[in-house]
Each structure stands twice: as C-alpha cells, then as structure tokens.
Design a protein. Structure first.
Length: 202
C-alpha cells in the first residue's frame, strides 16, 4: 500500500510539474524534502456543506500524505447557508474518527495559513475540466506568493465526483433525498435549520 501511495504521489506531482513547466531538479528537491519531513497537506474550502466528494478527496489524499488539515475558509465571496462556526462543527463531526485529519478555521491568505501550520502542500479536488482551469490559475498564483508550497490535485471517486455543495443545497431546500450525497452529520445540521426530509431519507 505504501508503494502504491508513493507511486500515486509522484505521478500526480509530475503532472503538476509538467503543467507548470518546472525543472527536474525542483521535482527532485521536493521529493527529498517529502522523504525527510512529515508530509502535511492543507485542504481548503468553504464546505457549505461538505459532500461525499470532499470526503473522498481527503481519504484518497491520505494515501499520499501523512496528515491532512481541512481548513474552513471564513473569507468567501459566496453567500453561505451554514455559518462559519457551523461549517467548522460539521467538519469536526465528519472527521472525528480519523486521527490523521485535523479541522481548522482560517481567514486571510491561504498561503500564509499553509506556512503557519507547517504544511508542505495544498490539496485540491477536481471534478471537471472547468474545475482544472480555475484551480490551475489559483495554483500558479499561490506559487508566485511562495514557490516552496506545491499544489496537488486529486480526483474524487467516480460515483461522488459529479455534484457540488451548491447542488446539495438546492436539493435540500426542496426537501429531496441527499443521503447519498453527504455524510450523515450534514443531514442533522440541515434539520437544525428547519429542513425536514426524514421521510425521504432511505
């Protein structure tokens, strides 16, 4: 399993290196650093709410990294359904049984937070080609801010990769079944907001 994890990690990083046109010596240095230090990634997001797609990215990311810090963003241009504190509490419930996952709040520049917690990389999930265009732009921007921090892209499993938090919220508002889209804890928090779909959840 560890060998597979290393192969996956190296393949993903090589893909990012190719897209960024990095030199081979930078790749070699990154691998050396990753071998001698704890591999920590920050997985940032609004998580309004967290979906099974997000959970899949974290679990697959743990095949590459020793620890993942799920960072809930306070500063967002989006109008959120759940408050900052609520999103933080939901994530803590979802990952409470995973010792290698830590949930943290953050505000301000992501790159500053990554350095503050001593992480080596930023973890991002991909769903579609349009996702990659935006994420690629953000990865290059973060690299300009600090070229010692790499961005690693991981795709969620196929059966949970096609929907977004926005779609989940729309279905929930109409009291549709979201039990196959989100962790059980999320349903409980929707119900706290006055949405009742117990009869529709299998």
């Amino acid at each position: 399993m560890r060998l597979i994890s290393k192969i996956i990690g190296q393949f993903v990083f090589l893909l990012v290196c190719f897209q960024k046109k990095l030199y081979f010596n930078e790749y070699s240095k990154f691998l050396t650093d990753m071998k001698t230090t704890e591999k920590i990634a920050v997985y940032p997001g609004t998580f309004d709410p967290i979906t099974l797609g997000h959970v899949s990215v974290v679990r697959r990311g743990l095949l590459v990294f020793d620890k993942i810090i799920v960072a809930v963003a306070k500063d967002t241009h989006k109008s959120t359904f759940f408050s900052f504190d609520e999103r933080f509490q939901i994530l803590r419930e979802v990952f409470q049984d995973e010792p290698r996952v830590e949930v943290r709040k953050f505000e301000g520049l992501l790159i500053d937070f990554v350095k503050e917690v001593g992480a080596n990389a930023i973890l991002r999930g991909l769903r579609t080609v349009s996702d990659f265009e935006y994420e690629f732009q953000m990865a290059l921007t973060n690299r300009k801010l600090d070229n010692s921090i790499e961005t690693v892209f991981i795709m969620a499993e196929d059966h949970v990769s096609y929907f977004s938090s926005s779609l989940v919220k729309e279905i929930a508002r109409l009291e549709g079944d979201i039990s196959h889209l989100v962790p059980p804890a999320v349903i409980k928090w929707f119900e706290k907001k006055g949405i009742n779909f117990k009869k529709k959840v299998k």
